[in-house]
Design a binder for this molecule. Sequence first.
Ligand code: CMP
Length: 141
Amino acid sequence: MNRTLAILKPDGTGRKLIGDVISHLEKEGFEIICAKMVFMNRKIAEGFYAVHKERGFFNNLMDFMTSGRSLVMVLEREDAVNKLREVIGATDPEEAEEGTIRKKYAESKQNNIIHASDSEENAEKEIKFFFPCKELIENEM
Ligand code: CMP
């Protein structure tokens, strides 16, 4: 078993797709270990996506990620990082496989509904970014 971070972005929460996306993830065997609604401010969005700050799309991405609430989730299952990438599909929904979350729901490369950690190492960093403390320690909540 391992863990990864998923973020249902403001396009997903705004279009009332929380239930559909969670249901899709649960059917794929993911367990939600921890979750919270976050209305990101610029500082949080910039911190989370710092790796992309030199990219041409960064400013638009910041406007998008601060435009509404996101549902941030820690998900667990066997091979969670790779499996979640497979289940959500390619960054650009036009390139995503049929049946993936982005193919079903996303509108554009930017408004692509969901984020998933891209490696075990980044999963650990991203989980700590949003859940730095005891929420994740089982039996202590
Ligand atoms: P995500 O998987 O969260 O990682 C970085 C995000 O930047 C990505 O999903 C998209 O929302 C956005 N993004 C990546 N590439 C582009 C692009 N070429 N144009 C616009 N937005 C992009």
